[in-house]
Design a protein around this ligand. Structure first.
Ligand code: DAK
Length: 258
């Protein structure tokens, strides 16, 4: 029987998805992207889960779209099959926080997948690049759009046009990743961070995520207006009252995720 292209497990309120095509450096094919999307949506719908970690193995988070799968496609295959849009963007539909824990190669679509997550924790072994230009392709899963927003136009152009690889330190300096940790500590650090986040009130996390994402999609004035309404809405939440009351009573809050 063929092994599943993703492994799914939980640790407390954290859902963990491990990309599982190690022989192909987790190259992203349809079966993997379908399985990843299904796992993400299942965790998003599960009230027992508060945060999600996507990770790979020591050598690769993901070395990009599966070149062997794409090599024979023609325009009609990708247009009518709705390549990328059909099953690569599911992560953007997830309302809970998603952390990418990246060791080794995060290339092409792998780098774009990490960029689509909310927080990127990089092992010191992580390597980021958009090498599609070497194949006479272009980063087609949001790379040319999300990368300039993440690291600025000059550095994004450099990466996209030259296929230059960033090590973890450079990626951290450029703001492509949230933090860098020793490779051997990656999983523990990512799970600890996810557990901290998952311990907070879920509707507050969802409102924060939606508000931060709005910063990318709107003018500053619109974004501030959206944030203000989200903040007002917090006063309708039992957890917000519990959080403030617990502070005043010098005790730990007990959130109902309501
Ligand atoms: N696809 C398929 N197989 C891959 C792969 C990939 N992206 N990357 C590695 N593999 C496979 C290798 O073929 C090899 O398989 P076997 O020969 O053992 O059968 C195995 O994984 C181990 O790889 P290597 O032997 O090459 O390992 P090395 O350590 O020597 O080198 C490497 C590691 C990561 C430097 C090298 O494998 C490499 O350069 N891989 C390709 C990286 C790459 O170019 N990635 C970008 C892929 S393009 C679009 C939307 C999106 C995209 C494109 C279009 N449209 C909407 C049109 C996205 C494109 C991409 O992501």
């Amino acid at each position: 029987m063929q092994e599943s292209p993703v492994l799914v497990e939980t640790s407390g309120r954290v859902g963990i998805i491990t990309l599982n095509r190690p022989e192909q450096l987790n190259a992203l094919n349809d079966a993997l992207m379908d399985a990843l999307g299904n796992a993400l949506l299942a965790f998003d719908a599960d009230p027992a889960i508060g945060a999600i970690v996507i990770t790979g193995n020591d050598k690769a988070f993901a070395a990009g779209a599966d070149i062997a799968a794409m090599a024979d496609w023609d325009y009609m295959d990708v247009y009518q099959g709705d390549f990328i849009t059909r099953n690569w963007e599911t992560v953007r539909r997830v309302r809970k926080p998603v952390i990418a824990a990246v060791a080794g190669f995060a290339l092409g679509g792998g780098c774009e997948l990490a960029l689509s997550c909310d927080i990127v924790i990089a092992a010191d072994s992580a390597r980021f690049a958009l090498p599609e230009v070497k194949l006479a392709m272009l980063p087609g899963a949001g790379g040319t759009q999300r990368l300039p927003r993440a690291i600025g136009k000059a550095k994004a152009m450099d990466m996209c046009l030259s296929a230059r690889t960033l090590d973890a330190t450079e990626a951290d300096r450029y703001g492509l990743v949230s933090r860098v940790v020793p490779a051997e500590a990656l999983r523990k650090e990512a799970l600890n961070l996810a557990a901290v986040i998952a311990g907070y009130s879920l509707p507050a996390l969802m409102a924060i995520k939606e508000s931060v994402n709005r910063a990318y999609e709107s003018s500053l004035a619109e974004g501030i207006g959206f944030e203000r309404r989200q903040m007002h809405a917090r006063f309708a939440s039992a957890d917000a009252h519990e959080g403030m009351q617990a502070f005043l009573e010098k005790r730990k809050p007990v959130f109902q995720h309501r």
